[in-house]
Design a protein around this ligand. Structure first.
Ligand code: SF4
Ligand code: SF4
Length: 358
């Protein structure tokens, strides 16, 4: 086929964000002098040019139906300047150039049932992974966990009560997206996968599945005369990495898939290396529809952090200062053998930061 006849590639991925930006933002892009926080849920950015822009932030449930989206965009057209954007933590932000529009916009949002907040030293909305709606391997419903927890933490979203910002995350499998924040609520499988040998040869590409296991616990086997896979259960660390490429290796289990809570993760920045979160609670029941046990642990950690941390200490910095033994004393969480991290590979493979090293 001649080059001229070839179909041009279909562009996919994120569109250019500039076309959707508020004109004041576009004009002053990269030229901001400072910002202030006039009240919870509102930011005021001042540009070198002297122009100002106000941002009003409200929480959403993330997985939005069409009616909710229409309602939010209608509020954006009527009470803001017609520009919105979503943050990675499922908050919606409305931009206005005129300060007089801020209070009516907040009132319109609150009248419609939305909660304004999530800025500065508050608990902002939990970021959550796709869950059942888009992904094929979740062990829990991330959206449900987020909704249940944020219902209980609504006052912490609306006010500046915390020593510093609190970012929380959920992750509905053990291996892929999500799961890194000041507090992370992650699925924890506690049993090796159960294999449906009658399906493996039809559905799975066996070499990929074997290669995927981080501890080399899977090997090819003939079961009932059919090519299949077997798992050395003594080696298996129940990570669930074999389940995505091989759905017959089912690892999700109503009883044995639990939740675990990790604390103290943070990205690196110009001043510090990344900090990796540590396991503080494991084997918590994965208990829909309200996950009361996991919510109770998160609330207890937040209560101790609020009472004991110094101003502007993040959760991880607070724990580093007081020490992990004191953290377990304060929170009353039991310390078990499962909290001892004996994985040594992190020293080499996770040594990532924005610092230049030679
Ligand atoms: S955390 Fe895992 S299960 Fe959940 S959406 Fe991401 S990849 Fe899918
Ligand atoms: S769950 Fe993880 S460790 Fe266990 S067999 Fe599957 S890939 Fe290997």
């Amino acid at each position: 086929m001649a080059m001229a006849d070839m179909r041009p590639p279909i562009e996919s991925g994120c569109p250019d964000g500039f076309q959707y930006m508020h004109p004041t933002m576009r004009r002053n892009f990269g030229q901001w002098k400072y910002h202030t926080d006039p009240r919870p849920g509102v930011l005021c950015h001042v540009a070198e040019s002297g122009e100002k822009i106000f941002t009003v932030k409200a929480g959403t449930q993330r997985i939005l139906d069409l009616f909710t989206l229409r309602e939010l965009t209608k509020i954006g057209d009527e009470f803001a300047d017609g520009y919105i954007r979503f943050t990675i933590r499922s908050n919606i932000e409305f931009n206005v150039a005129d300060e007089a529009k801020v209070e009516p916009l907040i009132k319109a949002l609150e009248d419609a049932g939305y909660v304004v907040g999530g800025t500065k030293n508050s608990v902002t909305t939990l970021s959550h992974t796709q869950g059942w709606l888009h992904c094929d391997i979740p062990g829990t419903d991330a959206s449900g966990v987020v909704k249940s927890m944020m219902d209980e933490l609504i006052d912490e979203f609306k006010q500046w009560n915390m020593p510093n910002r609190v970012h929380m995350t959920t992750s509905c499998c053990q291996i892929n997206c999500g799961g890194q924040g000041d507090i992370a609520i992650n699925v924890q499988h506690t049993k090796p996968p159960k294999t449906d040998h009658s399906l493996v040869s039809n559905v799975c590409e066996r070499p990929s599945v074997v290669a995927r296991c981080p501890v080399a616990a899977i090997r090819p086997a003939l079961v009932d005369g059919k090519p299949s896979l077997e798992v050395d259960e003594k080696k298996c660390i129940c990570c669930g990495a074999c389940f995505p490429p091989c759905p017959p290796m089912q690892i999700n289990d109503a009883e044995h898939s639990k939740l675990a809570i990790w604390v103290g993760g943070n990205h690196s920045n110009a001043r510090g290396k990344p900090t990796f979160q540590k396991l503080v609670a494991s084997g918590i029941p994965n208990n829909p529809p309200r996950w009361p046990e996991a919510t109770a642990v998160v609330k207890q950690i937040l209560k101790c952090y609020k009472e004991d941390a110094r101003d502007w200490e993040r959760v991880g910095e607070w724990v580093e200062r007081i020490g992990w033994p004191r953290f377990f004393e304060l929170t009353g969480l039991p310390f078990t053998k499962y909290h001892i991290d004996n994985w040594r590979g992190a020293r080499a493979s996770l040594n990532a930061s924005t610092h230049i090293r030679f």
